[in-house]
Design a protein around this ligand. Structure first.
Ligand code: HEC
Length: 189
């Protein structure tokens, strides 16, 4: 059973790559020929649907957490291919341009919030991609502002659900990330 779980995770990863290159989802075919019960597609759906009826004594594959982790990693995968191009989601408008023009951080010269926002955060937060709170949109920020600035700073630095740590650009200085958070918060004052 362990093996089956691993395979489906691998299939998900390949699918993430496949989606980018727009090839056929051959990975899932391979995986399901070995593990007929658990296809990558099935487990992806499972994580979206509410939890299935609680397991009894029988050991069941712990797919949902793994799949959730993969989904959480997906923005990082997108960010990693950023220098090569943009990502298009099937059936969605292809307008996600990943900004890769931001150079490496210089500890002696932290960049301001606007620069970081436009270089990194804007990829998701300009449009509310993946459910992110949208720049300038008070409604999507109000509940978050209630958590307090420190929490928002920390969540931006460390990551929070589908929000990747430092927006997926790991070399950003902490202060650069908090600058960007403050810049976004200024937009909804
Ligand atoms: C790959 C997309 C993506 C990028 C890039 C990104 N974010 Fe996010 N961000 C999200 C998503 C999705 C959420 C909502 C997460 C949730 O509430 O589950 C979020 C939420 C947040 C929140 C609210 C956290 C909270 O506790 O409610 C802050 C603050 C934030 N992002 C800051 C930033 C900053 C600063 C950057 C740039 C350095 C950035 N984000 C880049 C996707 C992204």
């Amino acid at each position: 059973m362990k093996k089956v779980v691993m395979l489906s995770a691998v299939a998900m990863l390949s699918l993430a790559g496949v989606a980018v290159s727009q090839a056929e989802p051959t990975a899932s075919a391979t995986a399901s020929s070995v593990a007929p019960a658990t296809s990558a597609t099935a487990s992806a759906t499972a994580s979206v649907a509410s939890a299935p009826t609680p397991a009894k004594k029988e050991e069941i594959p712990q797919d949902p957490p793994q799949v959730q982790k993969l989904i959480a990693l997906y923005p990082n995968l997108i960010a990693r291919i950023a220098p090569q191009g943009k990502v298009c989601f099937e059936g969605k408008e292809c307008d996600i341009t990943i900004a890769a023009q931001l150079g490496p951080a210089d500890p002696n010269n932290p960049r301001d919030g606007k620069t970081i926002y436009e270089g990194v955060c804007h990829t998701c937060h300009a449009t509310g991609l993946l459910g992110s709170p949208k720049f300038g949109d008070k409604a999507s920020w109000s509940a978050r502002i209630g958590k307090g600035k420190t929490t928002l700073h920390n969540n931006a630095i460390n990551g929070f659900n589908a929000m990747p740590a430092k927006g997926g650009k790991a070399d950003l200085l902490d202060v650069e990330v908090t600058n960007a958070v403050d810049y976004m918060l200024d937009s909804v004052k």
